[in-house]
Design a protein around this ligand. Structure first.
Ligand SMILES: Cc1ncc(COP(=O)(O)O)c(C=O)c1O
Length: 299
């Protein structure tokens, strides 16, 4: 899966610490923590008809990630929401928009990793782009990556941070193999997620997804599990091995950027009958109903 440039994004207005500028003029200092050490937290948000889906949960994850990283200050939800609103209004955006919200530890007085060098407060970046869900709905191809996801005692995936090198290395492996994305395992050998999304299997009518020991506490993942509860769909959170993947009836991935997308091939094996399964379609429809009816009205 390779994204392409959208002409609609040529003249985007970007918000860096409240300053709205054209995308070509937007600047982050070389002293900023995100440049120096990837020392930042982020969220991907999606705008549906003027409403941001599960905004409060995204802001909660941003705040708890910043707290775990011991950021001195985090802007209030009201401030962050106001900056998102200003950015969307400046770009006249209402729908089909993905927002990358980044909060860095801020500028340092000199180069170095020590957070005590940060004395200027955090940097808030709101980057909103015209971007419809990015994954093909015709069936994705995965290969299993040799790069493992960290367990909590290496780098807790509950912290949604900007060090994406693990994911990027896995994505390079997928690119080289001609696959859409990479499937990643945890150090225990069980399935964690893909390089960018959570994964679900359907087996004998049951919807299965891994624990969050080696993947973030996904908001779309949580929405799908809630939909299962509300619609009496049998489901389980459990350890899943590659064999469970290869013998699944259906497989799909989830994420704010691409919503739900069916996976039809993993490591050269066809999943189920190679078509997007009925449960995947059913849950995709339910998720679309949810995003069309819920969300924080912002513009
Ligand atoms: C590594 C990783 N996995 C999965 C996801 C999907 O999570 P969500 O459903 O909260 O967008 C994300 C999103 O940021 C992510 O960074």
């Amino acid at each position: 899966m390779k994204q392409s440039f959208d002409e609609k994004n040529r003249d985007l207005i970007v918000n860096v610490n409240g300053k709205l500028t054209h995308r070509d003029e937007a600047r982050v200092s070389p002293f900023d923590s995100v440049v120096q050490g990837g020392d930042a937290v982020w969220e991907g948000l999606r705008l549906y008809d003027g409403r941001i889906f599960r905004l409060e949960d995204h802001l909660g994850r941003l705040r708890s990630s910043a707290k775990a990283l011991a950021f001195d200050t985090v802007p209030s939800n009201e401030t962050i929401i106001a900056e998102i609103k200003r950015t969307l209004e400046a770009n006249k955006m209402r729908s089909g928009v993905h927002i990358r919200l980044t909060l860095t530890r801020g500028e340092k007085i000199t180069s170095g990793m020590d957070p005590r060098l940060n004395q200027a407060g955090p940097t808030l970046i709101v980057l909103a782009e015209h971007k419809t869900p990015v994954y093909s709905k015709k069936g994705l191809t995965l290969v299993t990556s040799s790069v493992r996801r960290f367990p909590p005692d290496c780098m807790d995936p509950k912290i949604h941070h900007n060090n994406l090198i693990q994911s990027i290395l896995a994505k390079i492996e997928a690119n080289v193999a001609g696959a859409d994305d990479a499937l990643m395992l945890g150090k225990d050998g069980f399935v964690a997620e893909t390089n960018a999304t959570h994964v679900f299997l359907v087996h004998g009518g049951r919807v299965l997804t891994p624990h969050t020991r080696a993947c973030p506490e996904g908001i779309t993942r949580d929405s799908v599990l809630r939909l299962c509860v509300e619609n009496d769909i049998p489901h389980e959170v459990e350890d899943l091995s590659l064999t469970d993947v290869y013998r699944a009836d259906e497989m799909f991935c989830t994420g704010t950027m691409g919503e739900l997308a069916g996976i039809t091939t993993v490591d050269g094996r066809t999943i189920g009958d190679g078509a997007i399964g009925r449960m995947t379609q059913h849950l995709s429809g339910l998720y679309q109903e949810l995003t069309a009816s819920e969300g924080y009205e912002i513009v």
